[in-house]
Design a protein around this ligand. Structure first.
Ligand SMILES: [Zn+2]
Length: 157
């Protein structure tokens, strides 16, 4: 006996789902984020083998795979290595009004850069080598956006 389901061609619909989720930041990430939240301090890790200092901190050195066991306080000032200016608003993604910039920042003491937001700048001042300082959020939650953005450092050091 034929089943009517054998004659129905599957109809495929495309859609998107949004799935809220949580995850642990891990031992290294938790230490880093809680120090940002509670003490407004940046920490990196140093590889005992190749001596490279990572920011954001790594549990294991991506160059030589040695466990990074030493914490090193970094910054809070840093140097801008590269940037791109955002001129079109994307409210679902951006926390700042346009124009703002994304920059690769090497915190003082770190051998690696990280990506963060730039704001409160004069566009003509944006250049490789610009000294920048963090602007922390009043209410911090243990997130990388506890630093709202970086801006040109007021005092050159
Ligand atoms: Zn290493």
């Amino acid at each position: 006996m034929a089943d009517w389901r054998d004659e129905v061609e599957p109809w495929v619909l495309e859609s998107r789902i949004k799935v809220p989720y949580t995850w642990t930041a891990g031992e290294t990430g938790s230490h880093y984020l809680l120090e940002l939240k509670d003490n407004k301090k940046f920490w990196g890790t140093r590889c005992p083998q190749c001596k490279r200092i990572y920011h954001v901190p790594k549990r294991n050195c991506p160059e030589c795979f040695t466990e990074c066991t030493e914490w090193v306080e970094l910054g809070p000032l840093g140097t801008l290595r590269d940037y791109t200016i955002m001129r079109k608003a994307e409210p679902r993604l951006h926390t700042l009004p346009v124009p703002f910039a994304y920059g690769v920042i090497f915190l003082d003491g770190s051998d690696t850069g990280f990506l963060h937001l730039l704001y409160e700048y004069e566009e003509a001042d944006l250049a490789e080598g610009l000294r920048v300082e963090p602007v922390f959020a009043e209410e911090r939650t243990g997130h990388i956006l506890d630093v709202k953005y970086f801006r040109p450092a007021k005092a050159v050091s």
